[in-house]
Design a protein around this ligand. Structure first.
Ligand code: CAP
Ligand code: MG
Length: 416
């Protein structure tokens, strides 16, 4: 018979060196809730489904302890598990996640298990680099201190040749975007090779900077096999471009650590394509907040966190929680720039500004390139919408003296 119940100790007071996980758990058998809870603690630390003759008494100090159980209805609970940090290898995210977010999701005893938060102890956090730039460093590079940054994603998301890609980026910068990024699935396809795109788009960025007198940023996607990703990041750094973007879920934790540890003079933008495979179901998987904490600990500078108003599923509260994970005090680790993106168009700027304030990067993809007058006007309308929001002037009022915003309202808002 398993010894799972031995892993429950509600009198245990976690030490400052414990890593603490908050789970939602729904057992297969409601009558076996405690056994399932203990099983998660066992399987994610030193135990397995049965007692073994090989276990040694000196290992007991490594056992996880369930110290908090709050039942929800008659068949689930929110629980907290404390793990001694010696259970893990410092500086090794894959190892940590293989313990606390590994086998446990597949245990027969659970019907649903969601890792809702991780509270890392200082010794583990300090074994990683943290962001090189963070919000402050990014604002210093781009020279914008008092408003949200505004950007776009080159659309169509994939398929354009290098020349057309660079032209869309140029138009977006000319219209007023601070930042232009590649889309998450553009890497180095036959029709748009990485080296050519880097060269041509950086050239157009520099042209846009000269004409607008504004600093412009290009987040080129370096997502690839790790060695190739490092090679591409080096090319970006050598080109003098200050930004690179990476799809954090598909490249994986280990590659992210390698990219950060290479310590390039590059602002690292974290796209999270694929996150909804495991963070959307509130009864099973890993909360985006956990991803946010890990991305910050490893040390990327910006991360997509949802919009609450756009096309993705996150609620207002989800988005606020994700932002807090990126910006609250975290043993002195730099704050990470929250990125709101996904189904946004300029008329959503006031709602976004009310939710997020100025410490956000607002990204409008289709919302800029879908403007009735095209990309330049779309970018201008987005800047105008943000200006209106900051001046607390209604969009309708502001549109009377700003034609691009008026045209956006005519397309996406109520007729004026
Ligand atoms: C947005 C986007 C981003 C999403 C990702 C897209 O384009 O480029 O990848 O923002 O979602 O491909 O959908 P649109 P999230 O502005 O045209 O929607 O930011 O939630 O990770
Ligand atoms: Mg995209």
């Amino acid at each position: 018979m398993s010894n799972y119940l031995n892993y429950i100790d509600q009198d245990y007071k976690p030490s400052k060196n414990d890593l603490i996980c908050e789970f939602f758990i729904k057992p297969k058998d409601p009558n076996e809730l405690d056994n399932a809870i203990g099983g998660v603690a066992a399987e994610s630390s030193i135990g397995t489904w049965t007692e073994t003759a090989t276990a040694k008494s000196y290992m007991a100090k490594l056992a996880a302890k369930v110290f908090y159980i709050k039942k929800i209805g008659n068949n689930s609970a929110n629980i907290k598990i404390a793990y001694p940090s010696d259970l893990f290898e410092l500086g090794n995210v894959p190892d940590i996640m293989s313990s606390i977010a590994g086998n446990v999701f597949g245990m027969k005893e659970v019907d649903g298990l969601r890792l809702n938060d991780i509270i890392f102890p200082k010794n583990i956090v300090k074994s990683f680099k943290g962001p090189k730039y963070g919000i402050e460093g990014v604002r210093k590079i781009i020279g914008i201190k008092d408003r949200p940054l505004m950007g776009t994603i080159v659309k169509p998301k994939i398929g354009l040749n290098v020349k057309d890609h660079a032209q869309v980026a140029y138009d977006a910068w000319l219209g007023g975007c601070d930042v232009v990024k590649d889309d998450e699935n553009l890497s180095s396809q036959k029709f748009n090779k990485f080296e050519d795109r880097l060269k041509e788009t950086v050239k157009m960025k520099e042209k846009a900077e000269k004409i607008t007198g504004e600093k412009k940023m290009y987040m080129i996607n370096v997502t690839a096999e790790t060695k190739e990703m490092l090679r591409r990041a080096k090319l970006v750094e050598d080109s003098g471009n200050e930004y690179a973007m990476v799809d954090v879920v598909t490249v994986g934790w280990s590659a992210l650590q390698t990219l950060r540890d290479a310590n390039f003079n590059l602002v690292l933008h974290a796209h999270r394509a694929g996150h909804a495979a495991f963070d959307r179901n509130v009864e099973h998987g890993i909360n985006m907040k956990v991803v946010a904490r890990i991305v910050r600990m490893i040390g990327l500078d910006q991360l997509h966190i949802g919009t609450a108003v756009g096309k993705m599923f996150e609620t207002h509260d989800d988005v606020i929680e994700n932002i807090k994970a990126l910006t609250e005090e975290f043993y002195g680790v730099k704050k990470v720039f929250p990125v709101a993106s996904g189904g946004l168009e300029p008329l959503m700027a006031p709602a976004l500004y009310n939710i997020m304030g100025k410490e956000v990067i607002m990204q409008f993809g289709g919302g800029i390139h879908g403007h009735p007058q095209g990309t330049i006007a779309g970018a201008t309308a987005a800047r105008q919408a943000i200006d209106a929001a900051m001046k607390k002037i209604s969009l309708e009022e502001y549109a009377k003296s700003h034609k691009e915003l008026k045209q956006a309202l005519e397309k996406w808002g109520k007729k004026i």
